[in-house]
Design a protein around this ligand. Structure first.
Ligand SMILES: Cc1cc2nc3c(=O)[nH]c(=O)nc-3n(C[C@H](O)[C@H](O)[C@H](O)COP(=O)(O)OP(=O)(O)OC[C@H]3O[C@@H](n4cnc5c(N)ncnc54)[C@H](O)[C@@H]3O)c2cc1C
Length: 326
């Protein structure tokens, strides 16, 4: 079966990877000149289904808990299994109890426990929640590595192109926010982020700082870089970060640790998360095309599960071609 995957964000690349593993003949068409120029390139890369359950439905946990294993099997060495630390400032300490009440898989830490994990946060917070089972990766590195692996496997990439669907048996559309207005009920949720560089502070794992209005997270990258995210704005605007959002993200980062006041601001950006009304991704059928969309805040977390779903459907069709006709 010849398959065209449209879109080389995290959805398209994981689908392509999964189909390649099952022996399908796959071509990837990406409108841009390289991979990861959509929402995927701005992501934190947190594989955090237990924390996300605070505001997400149960499938995010049940489908997302296998994500770290999937990424580690696909890209050995790219997944950091160091958990997530969740803290709140003195006046917002009640937020921690609220967060604990809506999630599972955590343990309470006191100041000594916090400093054992993150020495640079010693003395800054009286207590924290630690989600030991969570993991993270660097999205841009992961997407580049997946691409390199697929190219090595001789998969065809068509950059700057939409492909020619008529030449394929099946099209898997993974074009994310580009389908807003064309897939029923798909909307955009703008997420602004920034990157800081500092050699005065080290963090080993994602840290979430709770706040009633402006919760943030900081995800450490290599070479003293930190990704700080993210706003959640009901909008399809991909334009530059606003002054207000920049101030809010920087204020919260400074509240986490004043050393960030001396950090260099090396990048700002915004991506549009494609989302359905229940904020859960899905695979939908439209003639010869399967749409894989609606990843919302959970592209890296849930793309492996959705890629598995696509592979199962195509394998079933290959075994029983009449199933599709019915
Ligand atoms: C600031 C921010 C932080 C986030 N943090 C996390 C996180 O920590 N963990 C997590 O799991 N998720 C996170 N997310 C969510 C995640 O990034 C998205 O859910 C995910 O990127 C959506 O992936 P996608 O492949 O569907 O879309 P995209 O990444 O937007 O990819 C779609 C691709 O399709 C291409 N395209 C469009 N039209 C066409 C066409 N006609 N033909 C060919 N190609 C086309 C585009 O150029 C693009 O490359 C975050 C998102 C943002 C914005």
């Amino acid at each position: 079966m010849r398959v065209l995957v449209k879109g080389a964000g995290v959805a398209g690349l994981t689908v392509a990877w999964q189909l390649y593993r099952h022996g399908f003949d796959v071509t990837i068409a990406e409108r841009a000149g390289k991979v990861g120029t959509g929402a995927s390139g701005f992501a934190g890369g947190m594989l955090a289904p237990w924390c996300e359950r605070e505001s997400a439905e149960e499938p995010v946990l049940t489908l997302g808990r296998m994500a770290a294993d999937w990424w580690e099997a696909a890209l050995p060495g790219h997944v950091y299994r160091r958990g997530t630390l969740v803290v709140a400032g003195g006046r917002d300490a009640g937020e921690l109890d609220r967060f604990a009440g809506r999630t599972s898989g955590w343990e309470w830490l006191d100041d000594a426990g916090i400093s054992a994990l993150e020495p640079d946060l010693a003395g800054r917070f009286r207590k924290a929640l630690f989600f030991r089972q969570e993991a993270h990766l660097d999205p841009r590195k992961a997407l580049s590595a997946l691409t390199a692996g697929l190219e090595e496997a001789r998969m065809r990439f068509l950059f700057g192109a939409a492909g020619e669907p008529a030449r394929y048996d099946r099209v898997i559309d993974c074009t994310g926010a580009a389908r807003i207005g064309r897939l029923p009920n798909l909307r955009g949720v703008r997420g602004e982020m920034l990157s800081l560089e500092s050699d005065e502070i080290t963090l080993s794992r994602p840290v979430r700082l709770l706040h009633p209005r402006h919760p943030i997270y900081i995800v450490p990258r290599d070479k003293g870089r930190f990704m700080v995210g993210a706003t959640m704005i009901e909008s399809e605007d991909t334009g530059p970060i606003t002054a207000r959002s920049l101030m809010e993200l920087l204020n919260a980062t400074y509240a986490l640790h004043p050393a960030f006041g001396e950090a260099r601001l090396v990048e700002t950006g915004a991506g549009v998360r494609p989302a359905y009304p229940d904020n859960l991704p899905r695979v939908t059928e439209d003639g010869d095309t399967l749409h894989v969309n609606g990843f919302y805040r959970h592209g890296f977390l849930l793309a492996p599960a959705m890629a598995g779903e696509v592979a199962r459907r195509l394998l079933a069709e290959q075994r029983q071609p009449e199933r599709r006709a019915s």
